[in-house]
Ligand binder design. Structure first.
Ligand code: ADP
Ligand code: MG
Length: 598
């Protein structure tokens, strides 16, 4: 736990000075607050008819000055605490973000995207709050406690023992209540995470929810979760709401006890005694000393300060413990090692577009029993057109993800341009291998800004050329804004097929040596699909093209077609060879032609 805390605290960085100044101001505030009752006492002591206003003036001024100092320290302390805590949170969020950017697909699989979001938002906020609280109170409260206790003994003598006796009683009340509440709060936070995740899923999947007319169902699910959460919150708050009255009661009890003994001391005649001995003489068990009225008010003030600081200390301990869970979750992300890193002496240039799979097997998790792809041996020459076909879940996407090193192989090696992909500089490799993922993604902006993701320096001509190959130029040119046509979030204002074609164009702008289309023309009609293939062949003859498709017509003319089944290669060959020798291929072909093809 301590390690996690230190790890997270490293993000304070340039805001350290504020984090150090804050407690200093809080010490100032505490010191003045402790001295003030003492000055007051002395002021009351000289309130006598024989003293003139002149005699009182220094006290007036001292009290006003102290009040100003105390307020200033309090304000500045609060302000610096806010600087420190929000700066800390900013850095922490930034560090988390940077870390997540370095994550490989495997790392992201490990955490899930939604959990990463919760960690970067809710957990950081929890940590920020407890940090602000800590730097303000952690020094101040114990200091107040010690100061006030000393002063209580100075002005009240042995009477101060009453407060000392009250400390454990109040401490115990608080700790017991806090423990109860904390258990519930912990559960609440866990549920809160679940709720967050469900909201994120629902909002991003809103279109699916709507198209399946599942709003009612999702709404019910959400309100159940939300109701559960509020019930737990109420339970916790009920306990927390007990704290203040209980505290007040105990403070008042202490107050009354103190007053009683103080009063008996002030009126010396009723010196407290505990009975009489056999001869009728009073027996004094304890020498209480004597007390002036002015001292009594100071004593009571110190008493309250002692009890208040005890409350503060208990509260901050509770807060801290509550934020430990958040700190742990944050440091878990910071501790995660990116599974894919640049090698020491990376190869910066990819020679050509050849790809070799050398006995490659891969599984997504070490502990998984089943390999997603198994024992692959493939030899692709630069410039070839490769088709991959297979049922869903047969490992097609997995296979191509290994080429751009989105994942590392579990066994065997993948060579691109004659070099193991693990030897390449990641950027150099991924610039040469363009993948149009099955789950493609457009960013909000314009067509041009999206295209320039592929190549920052691309000119308008180059963009139009890429769009032309992807058979998207006519659609774009026909619009009024042309390349400046707005792309809404997730490309919502384009149809599925248009989005796919935009993504192909974006990939082409990288000017890659290898282009991988993972089912990227599934929403494009057959005619356009054919035109894209023709343009790719004629305009970019040297580029290796690896095409995953459901339709045989999309890969019919390929130099080699790989039939995947259950993560293994079931057959490799041309269309003609496979029709003769491969049963799966023949079946797929027949089913697609009998239905009249598509
Ligand atoms: P295809 O693209 O042929 O439909 P995939 O390569 O996506 O198939 O998936 C192959 C197998 O790997 C499937 O059984 C799938 O459930 C599993 N798989 C895919 N992606 C992941 C992932 N990120 N984590 C764990 N398992 C995965
Ligand atoms: Mg797939």
């Amino acid at each position: 736990m301590l390690k996690s805390i230190f790890k997270v605290l490293k993000s304070v960085r340039e805001f350290k000075k504020y984090a150090i100044i804050t407690p200093l101001f809080m010490i100032g505030e505490a010191a003045v607050e402790c001295a003030l009752p003492l000055v007051m006492t002395n002021f009351v002591k000289i309130l006598k008819p024989e003293n003139s206003i002149q005699d009182l003036l220094p006290y007036f001024l001292a009290i006003i000055a102290m009040a100003i100092v105390s307020i200033t320290c309090g304000i500045l302390g609060g302000r610096f605490a806010a600087y420190a805590a929000s700066g800390f949170a900013k850095n922490l969020r930034h560090d988390l973000y940077k870390k997540v950017e370095s994550f490989s697909f495997e790392n992201i699989d490990h955490f899930h995207a939604s959990s990463l979001v919760t960690r970067m938002t809710t957990d950081v906020t929890n940590t920020q709050n407890s940090f602000a609280m800590t730097i303000r109170i952690v020094v101040r409260a114990p200091l107040m406690l010690v100061f006030s206790a000393i002063m209580a003994f100075v002005v009240g003598g042995n009477l101060a023992w009453i407060f000392v006796a009250a400390i454990p009683v109040i401490g115990i009340i608080f700790v017991v209540l806090a423990r109860f509440a904390m258990g519930i709060f912990r559960r609440v936070f866990k549920k809160y995470d679940a709720l967050n995740e469900s909201v994120q899923e629902n909002v991003s999947g809103m279109r699916v929810v709507k198209s399946y007319v599942r709003e009612g169902y999702e709404d019910n699910k959400f309100s159940t979760a939300s109701n559960n959460l509020s019930k737990e919150f109420i339970k916790a708050e009920k306990i927390v709401s007990l704290m203040t009255p209980l505290m007040n009661t105990s403070i008042h009890v202490v107050y009354i006890i103190t007053m009683f003994f103080a009063a008996t001391l002030i009126f010396k005649e009723t010196q407290p005694y505990w009975g009489t001995d056999r001869d009728g003489n009073p027996v004094v068990l304890f020498n209480w000393g004597s007390l002036a009225i002015s001292d009594m008010s100071a004593l009571l003030t110190y008493g309250i300060q002692i009890l208040m600081s005890i409350m503060m200390i208990s509260m901050i301990v509770t807060m801290l413990v509550m934020s430990f869970e958040s700190i742990r979750r944050i440091s878990e992300v910071l501790d995660e090692e990116p599974t894919i890193k640049n090698p020491e002496n990376p190869v910066m240039e990819v020679n050509d577009g050849s790809v070799v799979f050398d006995n490659v097997s891969f599984k997504y998790k070490k502990e998984a029993e089943r390999y997603a792809v198994n024992n692959l041996n493939i030899n692709i020459k630069s410039g070839e057109f490769i088709g991959i076909i297979g049922s869903t879940g047969s490992g097609k996407s997995t296979l191509v993800n290994l080429i751009s090193r989105l994942y590392d192989t579990t066994e065997g090696r993948v060579l691109v341009g004659g070099n193991d992909v693990r030897n390449y500089d990641l950027k150099a490799l991924r610039d040469s291998v363009a993948v149009v993922l099955q789950k493609n993604f457009l960013f909000s902006g314009t067509v041009a800004s999206n295209m320039r993701w592929g190549n920052k320096e691309a000119t308008d001509e180059e963009i139009v050329k890429a769009l032309r190959v992807a058979q998207m130029s006519e659609t774009i040119e026909a619009t009024q804004e042309r390349l400046n046509k707005v792309v809404e979030q997730g490309g919502a204002n384009f149809s599925g097929g248009q989005k796919q074609r935009l993504c192909i164009a974006r990939a082409l702008l990288k000017n890659p040596k290898i282009l991988i289309l993972d089912d990227s023309t599934s929403a494009v009609d057959t005619k356009t699909d054919r035109l894209i293939r023709k343009a790719l062949k004629n305009d970019l003859p040297d580029m290796t093209k690896i095409v995953i498709a459901q339709r045989i017509s999309s890969i019919e003319e390929a130099d080699q077609i790989i039939v995947l089944d259950n993560g293994e290669i079931n057959g490799i060959g041309t269309h003609k060879q496979l029709l003769e020798s491969n049963e799966i291929y023949r079946e797929v072909y027949q089913s697609q032609t009998q239905k009249g093809g598509n």
